[in-house]
Design a binder for this molecule. Structure first.
Ligand SMILES: Cc1ncc(COP(=O)(O)O)c(C=O)c1O
Length: 513
């Protein structure tokens, strides 16, 4: 044992010598944020779990969504609390003013945007992760290895090479931008980190006109600019037109620009279209371009036998971004980016400041810090819920649920096509159905039809019946059902059709009265 000098008394003298008597008093009355009454905390914790389990178990009996009364909104415009409130009062206020007004994506009839459902066990995993409060940036601790494990499992799910690197992120937007940063730097060399983007070479990336807006935002943020994003035409199935892609690349090269990347969609946000990924991979190979796949939800359809061939080219991609909070049903937030060339990935982000040195032993040892693979340094323990959930169900069950969601989408499409008052507006190829109320023999202008469908959608929401969302396809306002919901049943889609019809007819009658 080494001899330790009596530093406490030195410290005491030091405090006195700098006249910090007030601070000395503080040290004699130290506080903590831990409960004074652990039994009370434990009891309220158990109550919360019981309440949440009841809530989730009975969620189908509740409205999908309900408006937030103004009085409730006022309770969320209060002055900053300066003093402690009793735990029970705080929890009761949550139960009265917050819990009854969720977005609804826990409900079996929620199909807005593309938003996953979450699961009870993953909710508990989130609680455990918050309890451990691990910052998964650097160091020798279990959370680092759990995240490494999840990245390995993500590669295995997609049959992506085991030599690839990866990172968990908050969502596909962040996963996409991370991949595009690597693509940009891999093309420009490491100098871009030092010098910024060279003005002489104007970099261009290509993505179908149906691509999610996060790709344009990423291009704007990383210095490519929206002018550097070519929106490639789509065919009648909303898939990227490969001939147009080739024409654009040729024209840009002739104009002295620098094509560097093509983004292919494994499931577009509007209609779920899968771009011709194999053809895109070939173009990228011939033209020496980075092939990135935005598979925010659709990448995981690769687990479904019927989609394996169409999505196989994901394995050829230089990078792939996908969400686990969409089609792996994880609670928010968690997404993954995989980069085939791990060195390119590391080269794009790694830095070694003196305060983040990795050591051979002790807490500062451990795997290569995740901060070397992305923008974030402090990072939560997102991996735990994925680790526990994949063990809870096994990947085969997730594959079956994804397949079930696709089957349900086709079922809804079938119901719509057999309903003369409803119109399927886009082909259904995955889990998204775009349709509208369009009564035959009643003359409505395009604007009136759009207004009528918007009104139907708002009524569906306000009456708590179901929550699809909307989009515009070829100037037509459509009701859009995107299914990444493990709680939905056949009867929920039948109800959506019935409610849309009833509301459409009622609104039409009102208009004509
Ligand atoms: C195809 C596609 N890409 C990207 C995103 C963005 O994902 P996130 O909301 O997780 O950032 C979405 C979201 O729905 C999407 O559908």
């Amino acid at each position: 044992m080494l001899y330790c000098p009596p530093f406490l008394s030195i410290y005491k003298n030091h405090l006195l010598s700098v006249n910090m008597l007030n601070f000395k008093q503080i040290l004699e009355n130290e506080e903590t944020l831990d409960p004074q009454n652990w039994a009370e905390m434990r009891q309220i914790g158990h109550q919360m779990i019981d309440d949440m389990m009841d809530y989730l178990q009975n969620i189908a009996q509740k409205p999908v969504w309900q408006p937030i009364p103004n009085a409730v909104k006022q309770t969320l415009k209060q002055p900053l609390p300066q003093q402690a409130e009793p735990l029970n009062d705080i929890y009761n206020s949550f139960k009265t003013n917050i819990l009854p007004y969720p977005k609804g994506n826990i409900h079996p009839r929620f199909w807005s945007w593309v938003q996953g459902t979450g699961t009870p066990f993953a909710m508990l995993a989130e609680m455990l992760a918050a309890g451990m409060n691990s910052n998964v940036a650097i160091g020798e601790h279990s959370a680092m290895y759990v995240e490494q494990q999840i990245i390995e499992w993500c590669k295995q799910l997609l049959h992506y090479p085991s030599s690839a690197s990866g990172l968990l992120l908050s969502g596909a937007s962040m996963a996409n931008i991370t991949a595009l940063i690597v693509a940009r730097n891999a093309h420009e060399g490491t100098n871009v980190r030092k010098e910024g983007l060279p003005t002489a070479s104007k970099m261009v990336l290509y993505a179908s006109a149906e691509t999610h807006s996060c790709i344009q935002r990423a291009a704007e943020v990383i210095g490519i600019g929206s002018n550097g994003v070519r929106k490639v035409n789509v065919d009648e199935q909303y898939k990227l037109d490969i001939t147009h892609l080739k024409q654009l690349i040729t024209a840009d090269k002739a104009a002295g620009l620098t094509p560097f990347c093509v983004v292919g969609n494994a499931g577009t946000v509007n209609t779920g279209a899968i771009d011709p990924l194999t053809d895109i991979a070939k173009v990228c190979k011939t033209e020496n371009l980075w092939f990135h796949v935005d598979g925010a939800f659709g990448a995981l359809a690769k687990l479904v036998p019927e989609y394996q061939a169409e999505l196989q080219a994901i394995e050829q991609a230089d990078s792939i971004a996908f969400d686990l909070h969409k089609w792996l049903y994880m609670p928010y937030e968690v997404a993954c980016v995989l980069i085939k060339n791990a060195q390119h990935h590391r080269n794009a982000f790694a830095l070694q400041p003196s305060y983040l040195l990795s050591h051979e032993r002790g807490l500062a040892a451990g795997p290569d810090p995740f901060g070397n693979y992305g923008m974030e340094l402090s990072r939560g323990f997102k991996a735990l819920k994925v680790w526990m959930s994949l063990k809870e169900h096994g990947s085969e069950k997730f594959a079956r649920l994804i397949r079930q969601n696709i089957a349900q989408a086709f079922y809804l499409a079938d119901l719509i096509t057999h309903q003369p008052y409803l119109e399927l507006v886009a082909p259904v190829t995955l889990n998204i159905v775009c349709f509208r109320f369009n009564p035959p023999n009643i003359q409505l202008s395009p604007d009136e039809l759009n207004e009528l469908n918007k009104e139907i959608l708002m009524c569906l929401h306000e009456q708590g019946l179901s929550a699809p969302s909307s989009t515009i396809l070829n100037n037509k306002y459509v009701i859009r059902m995107a299914n990444v919901n493990h709680r939905s049943r056949k009867s929920d889609f039948e109800a959506l059709v019935q409610d849309t019809l009833s509301l459409g007819l009622a609104l039409l009658n009102k208009k004509q009265a």
